[in-house]
Design a protein around this ligand. Structure first.
Ligand SMILES: CC(C)(COP(=O)(O)OP(=O)(O)OC[C@H]1O[C@@H](n2cnc3c(N)ncnc32)[C@H](O)[C@@H]1OP(=O)(O)O)[C@@H](O)C(=O)NCCC(=O)NCCS
Length: 267
């Protein structure tokens, strides 16, 4: 049947005009204040803080060693930063447990991105054959362990790793361990306080949980960051026995079998 365009036009003419302003004859809204913990407020606020950074996460591998080494030393105190060799061991041995947070970037980028692009050469930006111009702005580096918490042995690594691959060495990564130990979580200082650390951590937790590679995630942190990790579902265990970096750490654990905030409204 041919369409009656005139009837369509009449219907459209009778409809109220579309406007960006709220309708004046709309039914009265609930006047109670919006809850402060409204996910929409938090998300909107978080995206505002991120500005022109459009972060995306990708697995890391040995090709990322230069960037991880640079970022690790830009973010951590020298006494806490992992050495380049240790990073190489972890990326080489269990890159699938390591995640990078990247932002699209171009040589012409301005602001915080532009500043760090000028500070050093990034292969991923300068290479003409690179399919995606990206810059590393955060990372999580981890191994697996049999221990329920992070230990000095799990933070260490076998010095002959380049010539002698071991599935279950006494130090470093244990392939059949059931605990993922996060040894390094950092965001480049130019981008701190924008919510990126939480985004990186929460997406990492979700990936590890969904992949089923471990029963829990453990880490050590300074007392001041306990709240930061609790926000992502971790629980404080107590003082850590680790002496790495001068000691005085707190053990934090997220046990998938004990459940974690699946319905976290902030994510
Ligand atoms: C810790 C770190 C990863 C946080 O990343 P970030 O992107 O700045 O963190 P976010 O913006 O996601 O912060 C989220 C919340 O944690 C809090 N927070 C972040 N860093 C904090 C710090 N150093 N001390 C106390 N609170 C902190 C923020 O105040 C924010 O709280 P809010 O949402 O209530 O405002 C980053 O500061 C960093 O790389 N630090 C150096 C390396 C380091 O110490 N890593 C942790 C190893 S255990």
């Amino acid at each position: 049947m041919p369409r009656d365009l005139l009837a369509d036009k009449r219907t459209l003419d009778e409809m109220p005009q579309l406007s960006r302003e709220p309708a004046t004859d709309a039914p009265p809204q609930d006047s109670s204040p919006m809850p402060l913990y409204s996910p929409s407020i938090i998300k909107e606020d978080r995206f505002k803080k991120m500005g022109d950074i459009h972060p995306f996460a990708q697995l890391l591998n040995l090709d990322d060693l230069d960037d991880c080494d640079w970022l690790e030393h830009a973010a951590f105190d020298p006494i806490e930063a992992a050495t380049r060799e240790k990073l190489e061991y972890r990326l080489r041995t269990c890159g699938e447990l390591c995640t990078g947070l990247f932002s699209s970037a171009y040589a012409t980028s301005s602001g915080s991105l532009g500043e760090i692009i000028k500070a050093r050469q990034f292969q991923s930006i300068d290479a003409t054959d690179s399919d995606r111009k990206r810059i590393l702005i955060g990372h999580i580096i981890a191994t697996k362990s049999h221990s329920a918490v992070v230990t000095d042995d799990s933070m260490d690594y076998p010095k002959d790793f380049r010539t002698n691959y071991q599935l279950t060495p006494s130090t470093g990564h244990n392939e059949d361990g059931q605990t993922v130990c996060i040894h390094s979580l950092c965001v480049h200082p130019n981008f701190s306080g924008k919510g990126l650390g939480q985004v990186l951590l929460k997406s990492y937790v979700q990936r590890i949980r969904d992949s089923g590679v471990a029963k829990k995630i453990a880490l050590i942190c300074r007392d001041r960051l306990v709240g930061f990790y609790e926000k992502a579902g971790f629980s404080k265990v107590g003082p850590s026995k680790c002496q790495y970096g001068g000691g005085n750490w707190v053990d934090m654990v997220l046990d998938f079998e004990e459940g974690m905030g699946d319905d976290d409204p902030d994510f």
